[in-house]
Design a binder for this molecule. Structure first.
Ligand SMILES: C[S@@+](CC[C@H](N)C(=O)[O-])C[C@H]1O[C@@H](n2cnc3c(N)ncnc32)[C@H](O)[C@@H]1O
Length: 250
């Protein structure tokens, strides 16, 4: 079983559940939107607020072709997260930046290496986002994933010349610079406010009880433009950081 088999459903679940929360943001920008699935972020958003504008961004032409074919009300944008200024320029005519947005980066930031400067990329979006905007991140985590699994998965991707970066809980938390985390904070993705309405039907035969690869996720709120200090570290993060190597997390 690959990491995709074991973590993608959980990432997807967090994405959908998190969408239920920031749906007060009537503009959703879903970067690394992926192939259309169900329940999709837009199905969840429209279930809560039918007038929500959803924009899916991806750098894969095949993904975008599928999104265009199957998600007609979703606006699709060709963009690479490593070039945030270009994405913002394409979004300028589509997004009202004076109003809050929900920026979803679900299972995509781990494709950016440190050289790609993920924190810098996020700063470009943060500078455009109005107070009340939300940032949704899920990310494969070093904390809670057995060291030999981290090593073999990273090697597998290296061999395919596609980078994949496991980050620590601390590094993932730091990506929320300027945002205040909503409860329950940064937690294993499958435990972020689980909601049966938005949990995809998962195959049960052969599925592990605990994900082989730990994914962590959180939602942050941008309170003011000038707040660029340390985001709050809720008790859930402290539990993640304390978790022993191997299967960890609350
Ligand atoms: C693991 S999938 C996640 C899909 C979706 N967010 C979900 O959780 O169901 C990662 C997606 O990110 C896209 N992606 C990878 N690197 C990217 C980048 N640098 N810029 C934009 N999209 C990227 C891939 O093409 C793929 O569609």
């Amino acid at each position: 079983m690959t990491w995709t088999d074991t973590t993608a459903p959980e990432h997807t679940g967090t994405d959908r559940n998190a969408q239920a929360n920031p749906s007060r943001n009537r503009q959703v920008i879903d970067i690394g939107t992926g192939f259309p699935t169900s329940p999709s972020p837009w199905e969840v958003a429209w279930d809560i607020a039918p007038d929500t504008r959803v924009i899916g961004v991806d750098n894969d032409a095949t993904v975008l072709a599928h999104a265009r074919a199957h998600a007609h009300r979703v606006t699709t944008v060709d963009g690479d997260l490593r070039d945030p200024a270009a994405i913002v320029a394409r979004l300028d005519g589509l997004v009202d930046w004076s109003e809050p947005v929900a920026l979803a980066l679900v299972a995509v930031l781990h494709f950016l290496t440190e050289d790609d400067d993920p924190a810098g990329c996020l700063r470009v979006f943060r500078a455009k986002m109005a107070p009340g905007s939300r940032l949704v991140i899920s990310h494969i985590a070093r904390d809670g994933t057995p060291a030999d699994v981290v090593e073999s998965v990273e090697r597998m991707y290296r061999d395919k010349a596609a980078p994949l970066v496991f980050r620590t809980a601390r590094q993932i938390l730091d990506l929320f610079d300027g945002f205040t985390l909503e409860d329950p904070g940064l937690v294993p993705v499958e435990t972020w406010r689980p909601d049966p309405r938005f949990t995809p039907d998962l195959p049960t035969i052969g599925a592990p009880a605990t994900p082989l690869v730990q994914g962590l996720g959180a939602v942050g709120v941008l309170e003011t433009r000038s707040r660029h200090g340390e985001p709050t570290a809720p008790p859930s993060l402290r539990r993640v950081l304390r978790a022993p190597p191997g299967r960890g997390g609350p």
